[in-house]
Design a protein around this ligand. Structure first.
Ligand code: UDP
Length: 195
């Protein structure tokens, strides 16, 4: 079974490798595909927040992140193929992006956090193209300029680290204007890789 519903959220049951291949394929297309990770915390938010749930269900794929999800699935007799979380995916995605010549833009977290995380990955994968970074604390008035910066950067994958459900809402609201092939909500990912 490729997709299943858990508390009205449609989740894709796929391996990490398949998830990464899917993102890389999206990256090479012109229309913007949205992706999200859901952990147990996100499921609690989705249970109470119908808008977030609807946005998640419009994504190309929602990945099952963490042991809480595995347990919830087990109770529903759903066998998850993998734990597809952002922390494990990030270096693997960077490696694949480097091999495929796919550029990444990192949007979100506090000033310089995305830069630090970018520098770490750049060191690990010299061929990787980080096309740009921007913090996640900007006003509605600045949004258009941020989108212009992303589009001018030539990035094909946009990582948005503003926390759930803000990042998912941001992607849904602006995906039509984004010239990237894939936009992914990644939560606290940049903070994790910054130090
Ligand atoms: N963040 C942001 N803009 C905001 C609020 C939060 O960029 O307006 C960033 C924050 O700095 C952190 C991330 O979003 O890097 C949220 O991390 P958290 O671990 O809370 O998200 P979760 O993984 O729980 O969704």
């Amino acid at each position: 079974q490729k997709q299943f519903s858990l508390f009205k959220v449609t989740i894709s049951n796929m391996t990490m490798n398949d998830a990464i291949s899917c993102v890389i394929n999206s990256a090479k297309t012109s229309q913007c595909d949205s992706y999200a990770f859901v952990n147990a915390d996100c499921m609690n938010i989705a249970y109470k927040n119908q808008q977030y749930r609807q946005i998640l269900n419009q994504n190309k794929h929602v990945f099952a992140d963490g042991s809480g999800l595995r347990l919830a699935c087990k109770l529903q007799r759903i066998a998850l193929k993998d734990n597809v979380n952002g922390t494990d995916m990030f270096p693997l995605l960077c490696q694949q992006a480097a091999e495929h010549g796919v550029g990444i833009f990192m949007l979100g977290a506090k000033t310089d956090i995305a830069n630090k995380a970018a520098a770490k990955m750049q060191l690990r994968f010299p061929q990787l193209r980080i096309c740009g970074t921007h913090d996640g604390y900007f006003s509605a008035q600045q949004t258009e300029a941020v989108i212009n910066t992303i589009n001018a950067s030539g990035a094909q994958i946009l990582l948005v680290a503003m926390g759930a459900p803000t990042q998912e809402r941001w992607i849904a609201e602006h995906s039509a204007k984004l010239n990237v092939g894939a936009a992914i909500g990644v939560g606290g990912l940049f903070d994790f890789y910054a130090d």
